[in-house]
Design a protein around this ligand. Structure first.
Ligand SMILES: CC(C)(COP(=O)(O)OP(=O)(O)OC[C@H]1O[C@@H](n2cnc3c(N)ncnc32)[C@H](O)[C@@H]1OP(=O)(O)O)[C@@H](O)C(=O)NCCC(=O)NCCS
Length: 175
């Protein structure tokens, strides 16, 4: 378990199904996520969780973000881990909107990055986010991520195409 001052990261459990299903079926949350099929059935999510809980793929690692009192807040993780380039992609969601803008995302990212750099010996993290997601952009910038490029009109959402911003982080840039 990875401990911060506001949140901790723990392993994903099969019992997290109900928490994950709640936000996965909340359009207000998933509209800013790319890798989500909406709406998602209990059966499909259970199958996904069971695969992830077994944790048998060395190219990815999933965590639950919870408060220090044990309240489920969301999920984060690394995937596309590449042993040659020593890089990985970051994903994060605080699943309950009432917990947005309280610094939980920023601290979860910091813990995840420390794990990636100091435990997994990765060299670089990167992520992609919609240009229309100023909350995520601010959170990532505050954690030290630097914009590396823009994929123009890359993604279709809510009737139009949107730019995607790619950001990257090296260990020495982590704030
Ligand atoms: C994006 C997300 C992970 C950020 O986590 P969080 O805990 O809400 O973020 P933080 O509180 O650490 O930081 C958010 C910052 O954005 C700011 N912010 C919020 N709305 C904003 C806006 N419209 N414009 C600019 N800044 C904004 C907040 O004030 C805060 O900055 P502050 O700490 O200086 O006050 C979380 O909101 C979330 O999961 N959202 C839904 C799913 C999502 O978008 N995931 C990311 C996909 S790439």
């Amino acid at each position: 378990m990875l401990h911060g001052e506001k949140v901790r990261l723990r392993a994903l459990e099969a019992e997290d199904l109900a928490h994950c299903l709640k936000w996965l079926n909340d359009w207000n949350v998933v509209r800013t996520l790319s890798a989500v099929w909406y709406p998602i059935s209990r059966q499909a999510e259970r199958a996904w969780l069971e695969r992830r809980v077994l944790d048998d793929d060395p190219t990815r690692k999933s965590f639950v973000i919870e408060s220090l009192s044990g309240q489920y807040l969301g999920n984060c993780g690394l995937d596309l881990m590449d042993p040659r380039d020593r890089k990985a992609r970051v994903g994060i969601v605080i699943g309950l909107p009432e917990y947005w803008d309280k610094g939980f995302g920023r601290e979860a990212l910091k813990l995840l990055a420390q794990y990636a750099f100091d435990f997994l010996n990765l060299r670089k993290l990167y992520l992609e986010t919609y240009a229309f997601n100023p909350r995520a952009l601010k959170c990532y910038q505050d954690a030290g991520f630097v914009q590396e490029g823009v994929f123009r009109r890359e993604f279709f959402r809510e009737g139009q195409y949107h730019d995607i911003i790619r950001m990257g982080l090296f260990k020495e840039e982590l704030k």
